[in-house]
Ligand binder design. Structure first.
Ligand code: ZN
Length: 331
């Protein structure tokens, strides 16, 4: 009896070890490289050959688009023993704009990486069941806008849905056209501070500056003051609650999209966790997030969900949003 137990424990240990080993091999970490005119997100595989290869590829882009602003990010998914990794490149300078995507098939175990061409997935959406009683959830997007925001607005528009974009004052100033595009398409625009500084250790004057400056920038573009705020990092304290004259919106489903640039992972996380009345946190600045929104909306519709902005969510749930109160969901 004891020896049987020993055997079982040994086998379980071996299985655990194999699982851990496999996970180590696929442990992809996001890395960020940001300068005045470059914003680059790329994965680290902890494999010297593959990491060097990606490094070389990125450096060649930096050399090639020498005087351009460069934005590169990525999306990936696992397929059998491989990882399919796509880089989205955007380089722009004055009126010139270059967009490119490159896909690599990577096997970290074998230290293999090769560029592949994949057929553009056909976007034939086929929604099986459409429930007639809607469960409501709010999609919220922070830290934008940038060029990926437009893709997200277009996807939401296609399904006649809305969302709240908590924008940064700095980014709103640089992207007035995208802010206008949000407004034209009935998206809600919220305040996410001016420079994304942590407000919990800021003085009263600094808090006021971060909030009021952003409200004014949004007003100047849209002729409407934002009604909601999400403090940077979702951090707040008594001082912030007392001094911010708006309802404070945080979230209860965190997709961790800033960490996992994988559209499939982001979509699965939402589908696994979502419940009626939830507020979901994403970031509209990433290609993987834009793709995740495309993947997840038809699946949410099948499950009977309707995606709305935060203000709509609370309106339909008959919950009044009050100044200085913090809301993480509408239940
Ligand atoms: Zn943020």
């Amino acid at each position: 009896m004891i020896s049987l137990l020993k055997k079982i424990i040994t086998i379980l240990l071996i299985i655990t070890f194999i699982i851990i080993l496999n996970n180590i091999n696929y442990n992809i970490k996001n890395q960020t490289y940001i300068t005045d005119n470059k914003e680059i997100y790329y994965p680290i595989f902890n494999n010297r050959y593959i990491d060097n290869y990606i490094d070389k590829y990125l450096n060649s882009k930096i050399d090639k688009y020498n005087n351009y602003n460069i934005y590169i990010d990525y999306d990936y998914y696992k397929e059998n023993n491989n990882i399919m990794l796509t880089f989205y490149e955007k380089a722009y300078h004055n009126n010139k704009e270059i967009n490119n995507t490159k896909t690599y098939k990577i096997n970290p175990k074998k230290s293999e990486i090769q560029q592949v061409t994949i057929k553009q997935e056909e976007n034939n959406i086929n929604i099986k069941n459409r429930s007639n009683s809607y469960k409501l959830i709010a999609f919220t997007f922070d830290d934008g806008p940038n060029h990926n925001t437009i893709k997200i607005i277009d996807t939401l528009k296609k399904y006649n849905m809305s969302a709240t974009f908590f924008v940064l004052g700095t980014k709103a100033q640089q992207n007035t056209k995208i802010i206008k595009y949000m407004q034209e398409n009935k998206m809600e625009i919220g305040n996410h501070t001016y420079s994304h500084r942590l407000l919990t250790n800021a003085t009263f004057e600094q808090i006021e500056e971060e909030v009021l400056k952003t409200n004014q920038i949004i007003y100047n573009i849209t002729n409407k003051y934002p009604q909601l705020i999400r403090p940077s990092y979702g951090s707040f304290n008594k001082k912030i609650r007392k001094n911010i004259n708006m309802p404070i919106i945080i979230w209860n489903v965190d997709t961790l999209d800033w960490k996992n640039h994988s559209s499939k992972k982001i979509a699965n996380k939402i589908l696994k966790q979502v419940k009626d009345g939830d507020i979901i946190l994403m970031h509209d600045i990433y290609s993987a997030t834009a793709k995740a929104v495309e993947i997840v909306i038809p699946k949410l519709i099948e499950k009977g969900y309707k995606i709305v902005s935060v203000s709509e969510l609370f309106y339909y749930k008959n919950i009044e949003l009050k100044k200085g109160i913090v809301y993480g969901n509408a239940r």
